[in-house]
Ligand binder design. Structure first.
Ligand code: PLP
Length: 428
């Protein structure tokens, strides 16, 4: 495939946008080469500026769970746009999407809409800190909760239990309030809690991790977190920005029957427009301004176009609950196919999958946390990525990403993809 025009467009973009992109992973740094510029997308396919058609396994990093340019979402946005694009005043639409979200997700009474997953997680920890009157949080290495300061933290050196900044610009002062734990390691969490008695406001987690590839929680891990949180007056925050409205109608809380105290959303909930949200039982949500002391706001929060897109998306998911079963079946089919051809070609690999989240790791050992995710063979991944791209299959340009399966994929698309993987893996 030719990417001449994409390369030219990237060169132009680099002059006026840092790295040519508005979000770093898009720049292909992890895999080499230059990014593909998209012209349009429909259903399971991307059409790029060079006229190539690609089967899309990123789907805008998750939102397009029903495919690109999904007609009810597109129509809802067009109709709303004609009536004005933003008011900074309440609209009935906001109550409609809030009521629907609250009816779909377990254990939440109220929800507030923001403009991104980052904002949702940032606001959720502020709320947790305000509610518990404690400063520290625990997050897990390899979990991503957006790019706000409190989350850009890596393990501290030596014996210190608090984190240190992993980006310049994040202060040591902020970093010391974020404790870093190992995913799937309850003992590690207990140690942190004991060393910081009555200081921890919240534990935030991707209840199925998706930002170090797909990593399922071990049996008993989420239950264990729930228990230590309850015992220690700590709020459990499920970051369901990726998993929400994807793994089940009610997200991971429903899937594994575990109660979180605060839940954050993004991606699917906005139907492809910039939307995030955070939600909890009323007692917690009532701590927010204007009725409570914790400040949180947004000029464009609850924007009518964004709410119209999100509402159309949630209604579609609410009306056809078989969607989640179909997604699971398609992804399981893909998993089986990939396993079959990689085995036949003697490739060393591990596949992780939960529902419609799946990742392929070029390592024989189980991938259960950030450390094991980082062990994968990145050179093989690069060949895999570029080989698939050449066959017209677009996966995320980083070995740390989950593939996002869309219901728009047909079994022919999946067979085509499996054949492409067969062909590409013969060249490893
Ligand atoms: C994508 C993501 C975020 C950040 O959302 P943005 O909309 O990119 O700010 C937060 N948490 C998780 C789990 C995510 O996957």
């Amino acid at each position: 495939m030719m990417y001449q025009r994409s390369s030219q467009l990237f060169a132009e973009a680099e002059k006026v946008i840092p790295g040519g992109v508005n979000s770093p992973v898009r720049a292909f740094k992890a895999v080499g080469g230059t990014p593909i510029f998209v012209k349009s997308a429909k259903g399971a396919y991307l059409y790029d500026e060079d006229g190539n058609k690609l089967i899309d396994y990123i789907n805008s990093w998750g939102p397009m769970v029903l495919g690109h340019a999904y007609a009810p979402v597109v129509e809802a946005v067009i109709e709303k746009a004609k009536l004005g694009t933003s008011f900074g005043m309440p609209t009935e639409l906001e109550t409609q999407i809030a009521a629907l979200a609250v009816s779909m997700v377990p254990n939440i009474d109220k929800i507030r809409f923001v403009n991104s997953g980052t904002e949702a997680c940032m606001s959720a920890i502020r709320l947790a800190r305000g509610y518990t009157k404690r400063d520290k949080i625990i997050k897990f290495a390899g979990c991503y909760h957006g790019h706000s300061d409190s989350f850009l933290i890596q393990a501290g050196s030596g014996a210190v239990t608090f984190g240190s900044p992993n980006s310049p610009g994040v202060t040591e002062g902020t970093a010391k309030d974020t404790l870093l734990a190992k995913y799937n390691d309850l003992e590690n969490v207990a140690t942190l809690i004991n060393a910081n008695k009555n200081e921890i406001a919240a534990i935030i987690i991707e209840p199925v991790a998706g930002n170090m590839g797909c990593i399922p929680p071990n049996k008993g891990f989420l239950e264990g977190l729930r228990q230590v949180c309850t015992e220690n007056g700590i709020l459990l925050i499920f970051d369901e920005v990726m998993t929400g409205f994807r793994l089940a109608r009610g997200g991971v809380q429903e899937l594994f029957n575990i109660k979180a105290d605060i839940v954050t959303f993004g991606k699917v909930i906005g139907g492809g427009l910039p939307v995030g949200a955070f939600a909890a039982r009323a007692e917690i949500m009532n701590y927010l301004a204007p009725i409570g002391p914790v400040y949180q706001a947004g000029t464009l929060s609850g924007n009518p176009l964004a709410m119209a897109a999100g509402l159309a998306m949630l209604q579609a998911l609410d009306n056809d609950r078989a969607i989640f079963t179909r997604l699971e079946e398609k992804t399981a089919y893909l998993e089986a196919g990939i396993s079959r051809v990689l085995k036949a070609n003697n490739v060393v690999f591990t596949i992780n999958r939960v529902g419609s989240m799946i990742s392929v790791h070029f390592d024989a050992a189980p991938v259960t946390d950030f450390k094991s995710a980082a062990n994968g063979d990145n050179e093989t991944f690069k060949k895999f990525f570029h080989g698939l791209l050449n066959e017209g299959v677009y996966i995320a340009p980083s070995a740390y990403e989950t593939w996002f399966i869309t219901d728009a994929l047909t079994y022919e698309d999946l067979d085509f993809t499996i054949q492409a993987i067969d062909k590409v893996s013969k060249t490893f």
